[in-house]
Design a protein around this ligand. Structure first.
Ligand code: ADP
Ligand code: MG
Length: 232
C-alpha cells in the first residue's frame, strides 16, 4: 500500500474542552490510484489530509506513505518529506500575488531535487501562454491550473487536493478534474482528493466516506469514469 493509515487519532483542546477530531482512522490507497474523501463539513477531512501531507501531526496511530512512517519523523525530516514527496492543491489556489505565474512555479522548482521542466508543466495544465501574467489577471480556473502546475513541478509521489473545485463553476470544475485524472495517468501520481460532490466519486479508484472523525464507508470502484463524462 502506498498510503497506509491505521488507527489515527487527533484531538484539539481549547481550555478544558477536548475535541476528538479523528477517532481512529484507517485508510489504504495503492500507488498510482485516485482516492476521494467525502464527508460533511467539520468531519475531519482536512485534518486527516494535512496529517498525511506532513503539515500536521496525529496524536497516535500510524501513517505510512511510500514505506515511510511519517508520524515518527522529526520536524526536519517531516519538512523534507513534505517538500520532496507531496504536492498540495487548495480550494483558493494560494498563489503568491506579486509573483508571475512562471515565478510562482519557479519558487517550488528551485527547492526541488528533480523538478520537471517549468514550460512542460505549464503546457501540461494548458496555461503556457500565461507564464508572464500575474495571478489576478487569470480566471479562477486558470489560477487553479497554475496551482496544479506548481504542485506537480516537483514531480511528487503524492498529490493532495483539498476541495480543488470548491470555488469553481460546473464546466471549469470538470476541466480541472479531467486535468487531475490526466496528471494521474501521465505522471503516475497517486492522488487523494477531498470533495463535497458525491458525483465526482465515480472518477476515483477508491472512495472513503468520513463522518464525525470516522471512516463509515470504504468503497472500491470497479469502473472508473472519465471526469469529462461525469454530470451533476
Ligand atoms: P473538514 O475538512 O471535514 O471540514 P476539518 O478537518 O477542517 O473538517 O475540522 C474538523 C474539526 O476539527 C472541526 O470541528 C474543526 O473546528 C476542528 N479543527 C480543525 N483544525 C483545528 C485547529 N487547528 N484547532 C482547533 N480545532 C480545529
Ligand atoms: Mg476541510
Amino acid at each position: 500500500m502506498f498510503i497506509d493509515v491505521s488507527d489515527l487519532k487527533k484531538s484539539y483542546t481549547s481550555g478544558v474542552v477536548k475535541n476528538q477530531v479523528l477517532k481512529g482512522i484507517g485508510l489504504k490507497l495503492e500507488k498510482g490510484k485516485i482516492g476521494i474523501i467525502l464527508g460533511p463539513s467539520g468531519s475531519g477531512k482536512s485534518t486527516m489530509m494535512n496529517i498525511i501531507g506532513g503539515i500536521d501531526r496525529g496524536d497516535s496511530g500510524s501513517v505510512t506513505v511510500g514505506g515511510v512512517e511519517i508520524n515518527r519523523l522529526n520536524d526536519d525530516r517531516l519538512t523534507d518529506y513534505r517538500r520532496e514527496k507531496v504536492g498540495f492543491v487548495f480550494q483558493f489556489y494560494n498563489l503568491v500575488p506579486n509573483l508571475t505565474v512562471g515565478e510562482n512555479i519557479e519558487v517550488v522548482a528551485s527547492i526541488s531535487k528533480s523538478p520537471l521542466n517549468i514550460d512542460e508543466v505549464l503546457a501540461a495544465v494548458g496555461v503556457q501562454d500565461k507564464k508572464h501574467s500575474f495571478p489576478r489577471e487569470l480566471s479562477g480556473g486558470e489560477q487553479q491550473r497554475v496551482s496544479i502546475a506548481r504542485a506537480i513541478v516537483k514531480n511528487p509521489k503524492l498529490l493532495l487536493c483539498d476541495e480543488p473545485t470548491g470555488a469553481l463553476d460546473y464546466q471549469t470544475s470538470r476541466s480541472i478534474l479531467n486535468l487531475l485524472q490526466q496528471v494521474n495517468e501521465e505522471y503516475g501520481t497517486t492522488i487523494l482528493m477531498i470533495t463535497h460532490n458525491t458525483a465526482i466519486a465515480s472518477m476515483a479508484n477508491r472512495v472513503f466516506k468520513l463522518r464525525n472523525g470516522e471512516i463509515v464507508e470504504d468503497i472500491i470502484n470497479q469502473t472508473i469514469f472519465p471526469a469529462e463524462r461525469i454530470e451533476w
